[in-house]
Design a protein around this ligand. Structure first.
Ligand code: FIX
Ligand code: ZN
Length: 428
């Protein structure tokens, strides 16, 4: 019989309680994660992808924080060039104040990762460094620093900047997975139905007649073009389903059947209160507690569909865990947006582990700028590590030996396997 390698022997040996923390840290660091929801783009989609220091510093999270620490008003800010915006944010949030918020500290972590100064009065040196980077090699380096193998994109077939790149025939990229994003159809039909009509789909303003069938044909055409790993939509806190509305009919008659036909999940990100402060533009959205009975109905009445679910309100998290215990076709994922702070990530990850074991997806980065994945995944490992270690220590205390092989398998399931199986990227 083939003798077990030293690794296998070591991996199958019971860990002492004092060894568990370091073992978890090691396995989290060694694992290559899949980042299951980002706003990053493969380079073959052209200049839509954001990267570099000026984009990092003008991230909408930081724009919101700027207006609390500077006298500049949004109207005046939006008149500035991007460099002037970045200089204003750097001065207010990084020079005049300590960058202790999650999003400001993240920029510091990125600068540190590239060996750049983190206490400069200006961005001159950082700008020179990023200007010297060649994107494809830079992407590979950033993913390596972040400990991730692939990023899942957000691809909008009605985005005037992105859609033409797909129609030209954007080259697939093994580091990126497409997602068919549906917000303009499901939430902004009035502003977009004429684009579909202009492309030959027989749709109208009220989505009557053949409209939902034609939207399904539109989805089929873009599924063939993009080959998305799932379809996705962001939904308001007031989202209801079933609902006698245009969105309700589009979901029931076009989107859900299409996802079943193509064997891919539908990602529902629920709980946004859009533009509560329109003056802040992309930074103007807020959060509202949703009625998750819509998720309950979808999971129960559409058992052939699979749903990736992320909810934005901290108050919805526990009930989402309960629903995930009732319905295996629900996959809770991530600590989304205003939740992606260690104090809340800790609470959410602990309750998910306690109620779901390792059958959920702990995190996604939601990165909009390439280099953000470096700090967002460093923070996830930093926060989730001790929580996982505690769970294993309790298990050992209660009588079941924990091995490094256990930890390696569980980390792979949490940060890759659950997603690969739920989307069908990897057969069950
Ligand atoms: O709908 C979404 O994909 C949200 O994540 C974004 O719209 C949001 O602005 C964001 O980037 C949050 O992190
Ligand atoms: Zn997002």
């Amino acid at each position: 019989m083939q003798t077990a390698t030293v690794d296998q022997a070591a991996g199958s040996r019971a860990l002492a309680a004092s060894q568990i923390g370091a073992a978890v840290e090691h396995e989290l660091r060694a694992a290559q994660f899949i980042d299951i929801h980002t706003h990053l783009y493969m380079p073959s989609l052209g200049p839509v992808g954001l990267w570099g220091i000026d984009n990092l510093v003008t991230y909408h999270y930081l724009e919101a924080e700027l207006f609390r620490s500077s006298t500049i008003q949004p109207a005046a800010y939006w008149q500035l060039s991007q460099r002037e915006k970045a200089d204003a944010i750097w001065k207010a949030l990084f020079v005049e104040n300590a960058p202790v918020s999650e999003a400001t500290r993240g920029v510091i972590a990125v600068l540190q990762a590239f060996g750049l100064p983190t206490e400069s009065e200006d961005l001159r040196e950082a700008r020179a460094f990023f200007a010297a980077q060649k994107l494809p090699a830079h992407i590979r380096n950033v993913f390596k620093l972040a400990g991730m193998s692939e990023a899942v994109m957000t691809n909008d077939p009605l985005d005037p900047a992105e859609a033409p790149e797909w129609l030209k025939g954007a080259e697939p990229d093994p580091l990126f997975h497409p997602v068919l994003r549906l917000d303009r159809i499901l939430n902004k039909w009035a502003d977009h139905w004429q684009i579909l009509a202009g492309q030959g789909y027989q749709v109208d303003a009220q989505a009557t007649g053949k409209s939902t069938a034609e939207v399904r044909r539109f989805l089929a055409d873009w599924h063939a073009r993009m080959k998305p790993v799932y379809m996705a939509v962001s939904l308001p806190d007031m989202f209801q389903f079933p609902e006698d509305s245009l969105r309700g009919r589009m979901l029931a008659e076009a989107v859900l059947p299409a996802c079943r036909e193509f064997g891919i999940p539908l990602s529902l990100m629920i709980g946004v209160r859009y533009l509560v402060n329109p003056a802040l533009k992309l930074a103007g959205d807020a959060v509202g507690k949703a009625d998750l009975r819509a998720v309950e109905y979808l999971a129960r009445e559409y058992p052939e569909n699979r749903f990736l679910i992320s909810v934005l309100s901290r108050e919805n998290q526990h009930e989402l865990c309960v629903y995930a215990r009732k319905f295996a076709n629900l996959m809770p994922f991530g600590c989304w947006w205003f939740l992606n702070n260690p104090s809340i990530v800790e609470e959410m990850t602990r309750e998910r582990l306690e109620m779901l074991g390792t059958s959920f997806i702990p995190q996604h980065s939601d990165a909009r700028i390439l280099e953000q994945v470096i700090y967002k995944w460093r923070n996830t490992r930093r926060t989730v590590g001790p929580i996982l270690a505690n769970a294993y220590r309790l298990l050992a205390e209660d009588g079941r030996a924990v091995t490094r092989a256990d930890i390696q398998r569980d980390v792979a399931r949490l940060f890759r396997g659950n997603f690969e199986k739920f989307t069908g990227m990897k057969k069950q």
